[in-house]
Design a protein around this ligand. Structure first.
Ligand SMILES: NC(=O)c1ccc[n+]([C@@H]2O[C@H](COP(=O)([O-])OP(=O)(O)OC[C@H]3O[C@@H](n4cnc5c(N)ncnc54)[C@H](O)[C@@H]3O)[C@@H](O)[C@H]2O)c1
Length: 258
């Protein structure tokens, strides 16, 4: 679901293409579900279906890990979980800071899935003095004045930005100056960072726009197949057209500012 700019070359130094790296979390999620059900082995076809990936691509991806499976048996689930976790660096604990503890920052802080995947929320940071010391997800919120000290004291290398767009670049600059080399950005801002800093951008509205595109295509296909007597205009298109008549302020921009 993340769209991102990556400042690394398309192939990592150990020869694993970035596209493969981007699919490893999908395999890991499917494998973790199998592991929780105590499933010992899985075929490439089953795993590919569970991960939503083509099975030939999956086999190619696993060949980069040196994992080829056993003919007629498939892949050992536990071993693959270990291999992928190791490849993704998840066998170690990653302290994370979240900057901007409003609606989204607090929701992320309360999300239990980070800790179970090896990401420990080390600190919650906000610029609003009224937030300082307030308990969110069982942690006291720290003031942004202490950002550098917190990052250094906790050896943090991943920062999550959930501030308003206008504050994001400044927060990013401070995170980078304090030693952060990976940033997950939720703010609607394109961040500029020096070489060697990775930025992943999450934008749920882009995901919704992609779904809207597919919805529109499905409706058009339905129409072309002649299954419908009357031309069907997708509900979303109808609503947008209605809003456009009311004035441009209600309309959704075709491209979200990144
Ligand atoms: N990517 C997505 O899909 C997605 C979804 C929802 C919201 N967002 C974005 O996430 C951001 C947060 O949204 P929200 O609804 O939680 O907003 P919010 O107003 O509830 O929270 C923002 C918080 O950031 C703090 N803040 C402001 N400037 C700061 C600074 N310089 N340093 C530290 N903290 C600072 C504020 O005090 C506030 O607590 C917005 O940029 C919003 O557009 C993105």
């Amino acid at each position: 679901m993340a769209t991102g700019r990556n400042h690394r070359p398309a192939t990592r130094s150990r020869g694993i293409p970035e596209a493969t790296v981007a699919r490893l979390p999908l395999y890991l999620r499917a494998l973790t579900a199998l592991s929780e059900r105590s499933v010992p082995t899985v075929s490439s076809e089953e795993l590919a279906t569970a991960a939503g990936v083509n099975s030939a691509k999956l086999r190619k991806d696993f060949s980069y890990l040196g994992s080829y499976g056993t003919r007629g048996v498939g892949y050992d689930v536990e071993y693959l979980v270990y291999q992928i976790s190791r490849e993704l660096g998840l066998t170690q604990d990653w302290p994370v800071v979240i900057v901007g503890i409003g609606n989204l920052g607090a929701a992320l802080a309360n999300y239990g899935g980070f800790a179970s995947r090896g990401f420990r929320v080390a600190a919650l940071i906000d610029a609003d003095p009224a937030m300082t010391g307030r308990q969110v997800a069982g942690m006291g919120v720290s003031h942004v004045d202490d950002l550098e000290q917190i990052i250094q004291a906790n050896g943090v290398s991943i920062g999550v930005i959930t501030t308003p767009g206008g504050a994001a670049q400044q927060v990013c600059d401070r995170l980078v100056a304090a030693g952060i080399t990976s940033i997950l950005n939720f703010a609607p801002t394109v961040l500029s960072v020096p070489e060697g800093v990775d930025v992943r951008k999450v934008d749920l509205s882009i995901e919704l726009q992609i779904l809207a595109f597919h919805e529109q295509r499905k409706a058009a296909d339905e129409l072309a197949a002649g299954r419908n007597g009357t031309p069907r205009v997708p509900a979303a298109v109808e609503r947008r057209a209605g809003r456009a008549e009311d004035g441009p302020e209600g309309d959704i921009p075709a491209v979200m500012p990144a």
